[in-house]
Design a binder for this molecule. Structure first.
Ligand SMILES: C[S@@+](CC[C@H](N)C(=O)[O-])C[C@H]1O[C@@H](n2cnc3c(N)ncnc32)[C@H](O)[C@@H]1O
Length: 294
């Protein structure tokens, strides 16, 4: 490992195109995330921040370090924290959550539901999306007079730091995003440090777990009532978005709903799914008579 001279952010070593392509390919192969040429500075800045911590000043030496052996695997995990974009907020795209609310009202109003509801926030970042889903479910259970609070939410992401923040469930005001004042008052409490904590009754419903979406085939989750996947696939190539969505479709229970970000996939159809006729959202419902998984 090379010891660095004392260089600062203003003195980033310049990354040539060959080095950029090498890092770009590594990130895409391991996470699916495709860093465009316009975001070269982002990649360079993120790598430099981590290289500085490791006292390295040469991209090739660092690349060799990250791609070799068990120490490289540990280093990759730390680097991922720098390379992922984790911007999120509560009820980020309100229309999508309203769509889930309408769907749940209808499902819960039908008699004879036997199994608990299962939801999945894919690429959940620091948990605001998963807790927003929990609020929508709780409200639907109340509105439909359901006697049981039987539901669970899986929240998965590649970033361990994000998952830690999700488990802590303690957010600055800026993250409250699209929550109404009534939702804030009901489901969060103010903390002495001026932040906001999600109530334990919601936290106990959300299970955070590390999962790389590229390893979806190995994920044990299936028979989901709602799969919510927004602002993750936008970083992926179109063929990969389609492949992943086809796999997610198979993870839905019959009658289950898949919600993606509006416009995140175009010209995609899946024979298992029917698009929800609402232009404000991009949501699909799995047909009841669909073939079973695998
Ligand atoms: C911009 S955030 C979106 C958060 C939330 N879904 C929303 O819409 O507000 C994207 C998240 O995807 C995660 N991510 C990126 N690549 C991933 C991968 N290969 N597998 C799982 N999560 C990934 C990032 O760590 C980040 O937390």
């Amino acid at each position: 490992m090379q010891r660095t001279p004392n260089w600062s952010l203003q003195q980033l070593p310049d990354m040539d195109m060959g080095q950029f392509r090498q890092w770009q390919a590594l990130l895409e192969e391991r996470t699916g995330v495709c860093v465009s040429d316009q975001r070269k500075t982002f990649l360079q800045t993120s790598l430099c921040a981590r290289m500085r911590e490791q006292q390295m000043d040469d991209y090739q030496t660092y690349y060799d370090y990250v791609t070799q052996g068990p120490l490289g695997a540990i280093e990759w995990s730390a680097l991922i924290e720098r390379l992922t974009v984790r911007e999120t907020s509560f009820m980020r795209h309100r229309a999508s959550f309203d769509c889930v609310a309408r769907y749940l009202h209808e499902r819960l109003s039908q008699p004879g539901r036997q199994t608990p509801l299962q939801l999945w926030s894919v690429g959940c970042a620091s948990g605001e999306e998963a807790y927003s889903l929990a609020i929508v479910v709780e409200q639907a259970l109340i509105d439909t007079g359901s006697s049981k609070r039987d539901y669970g939410i899986w929240a998965t992401d590649i970033s361990l730091q994000a998952l830690e923040q999700g488990r802590a469930a303690h957010y600055p005001t800026g993250r409250l995003g699209g929550l109404t004042q009534a939702e804030r008052n009901t489901w969060l409490t103010d903390t002495p440090d001026g932040r906001h904590a999600v109530l334990p009754s919601l936290r106990e419903r959300v299970c955070f777990s590390r999962m790389n979406i590229l390893e979806l085939a190995q994920a044990p989750l299936r028979d989901l009532d709602i799969i919510f996947c927004q602002n993750l696939l936008i970083y992926f190539r179109r063929w990969r978005r389609r492949d992943l969505l086809n796999l997610l479709a198979k993870r839905l229970a019959p009658g289950g709903m898949l919600v993606v970000g509006l416009g995140e996939i175009v010209d995609w159809n899946n024979p298992l799914l029917e698009r929800v006729p609402d232009d404000r959202v991009q949501a699909y419902v799995r047909r009841d008579s669909s073939e079973s998984l695998e």
